[in-house]
Design a protein around this ligand. Structure first.
Ligand code: KG4
Ligand code: ZN
Length: 350
């Protein structure tokens, strides 16, 4: 069945729309990022996010459609910020109604998984694992050949991306933290600072990142970092996207060592969970997806896993609507449609 699906994603701080044919062929992919709006607050401000979504949704969808009329409208129903989700859901409902086309509700986390499935369906060996690591989630699933997800473990406190963001904010590197820490980590010594691995009582496949964040806070309090942090904040207010050289000029080696050690420790912890899950389930391949899957150190280290690991294209690592349209395709085939009672589900589980 040939199907052209419009995906709409507005769960956090990106307003995104995309057209995808048959769950695999990307016809258009538009993402309006709100990074510059939230950067000065050091994190996503929900009120500002919904206002920006309202501003962006019509032009973003119009650009993605480019005059086309899709066969269905897919939208993220959750998890995410209520006011942000509502903008996408309301607009998706209106379009589906106006065009008399089916409406399809997609779970955001399932979307991240499909960002990889759409490209690597033929490579995956089952059972497979899916590690979803972003600013809002750190979940490890087992994936069956029908792409159903069974939760193996999840974070009990901060998500991995959230730990990156909090550490970066604390040290004056701005928001979001992942990309800048990733870039600067390669200039430091990853063995300089030792972090103790969290002791997970109960489910060993659960995650915890609040300990390492606190360790970084303590590290910073033991030193007088006021001057370097002030210099970085000044750099950020002068330049919205500083280059590596500009960051290096305001970041002493000791801080670079800290960033490298933090990154190494987070990556080791994530991949250690994948290895433990491999042993527990007999998994034969893995998917790593979500914003943190853009991380260069993680991509490199994953090559040493004892199973093949597949990542999304960089552009599909962070939030986008291609993944929503791709995840909607199997639902379209099953005629698994939503109706006008669809609501935003802030803490939608899988
Ligand atoms: O998937 P995403 O766009 O939004 C959520 O669903 O949360 O993920 C955003 C998160 C942020 O926490 C950001 O710091 C992190 O992904 N991130 C990274 C990198 N690029 C983005 N974390 C580590 N390394 C990166 N290169
Ligand atoms: Zn996401």
């Amino acid at each position: 069945m040939v199907a052209l699906i419009l995906g709409i994603e507005s769960s956090c701080d990106e307003t995104a729309a995309a057209l995808v044919e048959d769950g695999t062929r990307v016809v258009s992919n538009v993402v309006a990022s709100q990074l510059d709006v939230h950067a000065r607050w050091g994190g996503v401000v929900p009120e500002l996010a919904s206002r920006e979504h309202l501003r962006a949704i019509v032009p973003v969808v119009r650009e993605a459609l480019n005059g086309c009329r899709p066969d269905a409208v897919a939208v993220t129903e959750g998890p995410g910020l209520a006011g942000s989700l509502l903008v996408g859901i309301t607009y998706a409902k209106a379009l589906a109604l106006a065009w008399s086309k089916p409406l399809i509700a997609v779970n955001h986390i399932e979307g991240h998984v499909h960002a990889v499935v759409m490209e690597h369906r033929a490579d995956l060996r089952f059972p497979a694992l899916a590690l979803v690591v972003s600013g809002g989630h750190t979940h490890l699933f087992e994936l069956d050949p029908e792409f159903r997800l069974r939760l193996l473990g999840r974070t009990r406190d901060d998500a991995a991306g959230e730990a990156y963001d909090k550490v970066a904010k604390l040290l004056g590197f701005g928001y979001p933290g992942g990309p800048v820490v990733d870039r600067l980590a390669k200039f430091g010594d990853p063995r300089a600072v030792k972090f103790t691995a969290p002791n997970m009582k109960g489910n060993p496949l659960d995650f915890s990142f609040s300990g390492i964040k606190t360790a970084v806070l303590r590290w910073s309090q033991e030193r007088d970092l006021a001057a370097e942090i002030a210099a970085r904040r000044a750099l950020l207010s002068a330049r919205s996207r500083p280059t590596d050289e500009e960051w290096l000029a305001v970041t002493p080696r000791e801080t670079l060592d800290l960033l490298a050690s933090f990154q190494r420790s987070v990556i080791a912890d994530l991949l250690d969970h994948v290895e433990q899950a491999r042993r527990a389930t007999g998994a034969r391949s893995a998917i790593v997806t979500g914003g943190v899957s853009a991380n260069a150190g993680l991509r490199e280290a994953a090559q040493r896993l004892r199973l093949p690991a597949y990542f999304p294209q960089r552009a599909l690592s962070t939030d986008n609507a291609v993944m929503i349209a791709a995840a909607a395709f199997p639902k379209f085939e099953r005629r698994d449609f939503a109706d006008s009672t669809l609501r935003a589900k802030v803490s939608l589980a899988l």
